[in-house]
Ligand binder design. Sequence first.
Ligand code: SF4
Length: 762
Amino acid sequence: MSYVVAVRTLCEFAAKTGDLDLRFTPAPTAQQGIAGHGTVVARRGKYYEAEVSLSGFYKQLRVRGRADGYDPGYKRVEEIKTYRGDLHALPDNHRQLHWAQAKVYGWLLCQSRGLKEIKVALVYFDIGTQKETMLTELYTADALELHFDQLCERFMAWAEQETQHRLTRDAALTSLAFPHAGFRPGQRHLAESVYKSAVSGRHLMAQAPTGIGKTVATIFPLLKASPAQKIDKIFFLAAKTPGRSLALESIALIRAGRDAGKDEEQGAAMQPLRVLELIAGDKACEHPDKACHGASCPLAQGFYDRLPAARQAAVQAVVLDQQSLRTIALAHEVCPYYLSQELVRWSDVVVGDYNYYFDISAMLYGLTLENDWRVAVLVDEAHNMVERARKMYSAELEQSSFRLARKSAPKALKTALDRVQRQWSELYREQKAEYQVYHAIAEKFLFALQQAGTDITDLMTEEPEAVSPELQRFYFDAMQFSKLAEVFGEHSMFDITRETRGANGRIQARLCIRNIVPAPFLKQRFASAHAVTLFSATLGPHHFYSDMLGLPDDTAWIDVESPFHAQQLSVRIAKSISTRYQQRAHSLSPIVDLIARQYAETPGNYLAFFSSFDYLQQVSQLFAERYPDIVIWQQSRGMDEGAKHDFLARFNVGGQGIGFAVLGGAFAEGVDLPGERLIGAFIATLGLPQVNPVNEEMRLRMDAIFGAGYDYTYLYPGLQKVVQAAGRVIRTQQDRGYIHLIDDRFARADVRALLPTWWQLH
Ligand code: SF4
């Protein structure tokens, strides 16, 4: 069995030494990097070959990759690197790595074309000046072969270990047994569908109710399918930390297999499965006051020299959650954050946030392409994806923050930042309304912004200490804005909010590229994965999610039957109450009486949800006045973890009272209060997003693209929140409870169609 490795991975493994150093930045945007490569290629002769696919063997090792270019006239292989700033600032270990890559391509070309010697060139292309610096060396094929063999030999022991790991992993997964004695209702349906998706390579959207064990039912079949489908890695992606924890717990359960009466042997047989938890940089960083280079941070200094031992210890540890990863990293004096990034390559299951695969510069996606991995992706609580993906592809620039950055900037940046300031003011000079949407972003402004970005990049390379935190923040915002401006289209809108602030009446304009439909950005992410399963308790109507996210047409859809019965839940619609904004004042009194009546009939713990804190406040105040004997507690704005914990702690067994909360907030999702801890919920309003200029513009756009402006902007997102909140009540097959849907519109057929089918409405 041969082991396949990408040229870059091989070189990084075998030829990278010294410090971790992120100061030398290549091209500011990926687009500029691609354009830079294009420019270099365009300057070459007509026989020049670009992107030459190559591969070669060393013993059982197959090395493959794509050389940037080959000039047959000069017999020269070229490795092109785009950059900004001073080339002399390029750390020596980066340069060595570039040479190592170029020489590997040199050998692969000599071998495939039967050349005796070849020129190996590093072409550094300056994005700013458009100038090339070419470093060339002539090598004989023998010398390159020796270099290639030496690199491969250094990697060989690791490759053998990895091959062995894959064999034992696959053997263990093939005989893997479901960790429970039996499936819960609905769980088998979900597990079989995920398995089929992995076998057919078709993506899957699964709406599956709470309480059926979705996490185990999605991870287990993928593990089981991995050997036959040659799946290299499984990415389990969650919106929030509890989702990640649940995934790690489920994997531990599958690994142990104890529930099904397995002995330790089974657990031991599963040991080869390597599981990695990815943590955000700011949470994993040990020295937040330092910068990520050897001169500043001790964990960056000599990082690559100590990495081999840390990597070996890590793969032996098997499960690498936040805590164990930190312990290993510190024992080897390397940065835990960058160690975790390195370990992605050597893990079987990676558990992390959505960002790592779907974001604009997502690491897991980049590595998947680079290494040609076959990956299966699980997206937990996938109803969050629309909002999260929109944020990933949106960018905002605040004029007040820009002014602070400009004030703190050194003189060298004055011209560039003044130009940005002038062009920024030009953008809204004619704008009369506070908020306005534009169909294009003025070229002059973008040019000024990009120019300033270039100058700040240079400064950061040459004089990093001259860059203030305000300037750095503006720089990152400006880069994100420029990147998204390059790909601006119908999927996004550009708007300016103009405000007058302060005693001097100074105008502040906020510029926003606001993504509405993330589909065009995500399409390629889905195309690059072997099988993606998106699952959630509320993923309907599925065409909405599939349109928004850009899933392929052949994506399968399942709606797993609920294990709960209509008799468990009394759902009533308060048809005589309108919660429309204009009628809110009239709704307060009937709502408090309704809550009190239900409470008197069946005392216990209830949650009452409202669309805003204001509405919540008005109802709870009247309730307290009218029914002072009933205990109530309320959610407030910006609650910290302790306060949230206290709020939930009041829902104890045998307790009685009403918790007031907001729809779509911290207590409307991911909260598990089974049995008596919660016996009912009141939901006032349909959860419709506010009618404001942004949402109205979104409605128009949705109408133009999908012909469903109101539904896609207001109705579906609103009802999704309602169903999520209502889902807090029945958590197990033993639970009994009450739901009051407060608004006459809940009786409408189109609204009822969006409610769970197992509910019986009264
Ligand atoms: S510990 Fe923090 S500062 Fe040091 S390299 Fe890691 S992330 Fe950077």
